[in-house]
Design a protein around this ligand. Sequence first.
Ligand code: ME8
Length: 647
Amino acid sequence: MSGKPFYVTTPIYYVNDKPHLGHAYTTVATDAKARFHRLRGEPARMLTGTDEHGQKLEQAAAEAGRDPFAFATENSEKFKALWKKLNIAYDDYIRTTEERHKTGVQEIWRRAEATGDIYKGEYEGKYCVSCENFLTDLQLDEGKCPDCGRPADPVREESYFFRLSKYQEPLLELYERNPRFIQPDSRRNEIVSFVSGGLRDLSVSRTSFKWGVPVPGDPAHVIYVWFDALSNYATAAGFGQGGFPADTAWPADQHFIGKDILRFHSVYWPAFLMSAGLPLPGQVYSHGWWTVEGQKMSKSLGNAVDPHWLIEEYGVDAIRYFILREIPFGADGDFSHHQLIDRVNSDLANDLGNLLYRTLNMVRRYRGGKISRGEGDGGEEARLAGIVREAAARYEAQMEATDLQAGLRTVWEIVSAGNKYIDAAAPWTLAKSGPEDRLDSALYHAGAALRVIAALISPVMPEAADSIARQLGLAGDWLSAPFAELVDLYKMPGGLDTDLGKPLFPRIEEDARAALEERVAARIAAGEGAAPAAPDSEGGGLISIDDFRRVELRSARVEAAEIIPKSKNLLKIEVSLGEERRTVVAGVARHYAPDELVGRTVVVVANLEPVKLMGVESQGMLLAAEDEDGLKLVGVEGGIRPGSRIR
Ligand code: ME8
């Protein structure tokens, strides 16, 4: 027995939506934390999964004309597929529609009821289906949900309540006793003041729909989806009718979540557990929010950061690295392709990639590809060893404290020390004029620094770490050595057969960069093209005439057109809609010369949110049809006044 594992969880994601960058972020961070613990030789258990009940899912399935379970299954699979591609090494994947989960949720309910914390009443108030949240009139922001901005529905129905008010003091004591229960500190302060303001009892069942876990003994009610969902962390650890099994991983050491769901995790969840007499998790870590290119992540912008596409364009490790390195864990951040490319070029290609390539290249040229053990010390070696030792200890503390960004920065101090070491040791001079053992020592030390770097980046970039190890000629099980050995330069064996291989992270040069930015723009434009009310393409559901009418199509006359500099396919087109002139960016340059367009009547989607494409604000979209032979703009037959509505 290796003892209780470090148990770390992601939120379980709603399956009405397909996975996006935000989901990927939390999951990669959680995976990195679990892998860090495994790197230190501790058992770790990572849980993720999907949240499949509730009104939102029931509605989404109905709109898609699907059975809720089949719909949930299909979308749950999409999450699994992305986790595979993102190299997420989860140990368990829970779906709330599984039997093991439902039994456990009902058991938590029964225990809370036995404590006297659940009573029947009537709920009258508002409900936000999108957040699955009960709201009071005071919380509403002009009738809308304060969190997501969508209109809240009035609800009046019989409901069970949970005596949350009773837990105000115990919760405040918890935050006091375990000051790191909520991280980061700024979020903790928010919750402390929220709870100090007083807690109202919480409605924990619904009767107006069916898609959920039935309330034990009263099947007219389904258990409130957040009571159901939060319980997953315990049910996945084996909690059921008999309690937890003896070898359970519970309590969780860390719940990773986004700040949007902190209240549920730091107020409701510990209160439910206290009521059921169960041990509490160690920490709730609430991270920040991503915007995309400076804007809130919308459908169209989401398309430009679709995780599958990002992985194809940049590689899985570049994405994993970027999202954890770019912003301090806990703070909000902006995802910009420009920044991402800069980071790939500087940190990955120039710094790390170069250290690896120049080291192995010299090993090949001067030593026929073999690294021998060399401990000769001209002073530079001791300096490097000192930097590595100190940085590895600091990295360990930072990762332990979930300061993932700082941990990565620390590894790059070793990268930079490695590059400086090579400059100082100048193996090219040693190769010419010796001494021979100093050359061996220089190549050994550079290689050994790379081995430590590979180990320390492995939680965040597992593939790159393995690839560096393979190129260095280390054995397949290199990473299973004790942590203290992995970070000790002198524990690298000698006599290694290296393999120069291809550069690990190629630089994204100017041409490739322009082409990439153009693809980003095209994806945003394509995302814009999705009719607002259309269900996910595969759903193929029908839309109502009202949905169609929401799209404002107008005729327009092209007044001017020009190629956007650096772009191969984008034109900046000025159109007249009668009184009004608009600029529209369209991906048609491969099919039309700018001059050919001037004077034509085209069809414009006139009520799209504006979006910036390659620096130009596009205020609409042109309609076009495409087949194997090319693309043709949609026009209006005969003469029509520019700006006429098309129906
Ligand atoms: O809330 N930036 O599921 P969900 C960063 N089912 N992270 C983001 C993000 C963004 N822009 N958008 C989403 C639910 N996330 C519930 C959870 S748990 C018992 C039940 C991440 O599919 C972030 O982790 O809406 C956020 O908390 C989570 O996705 C919400 O996922």
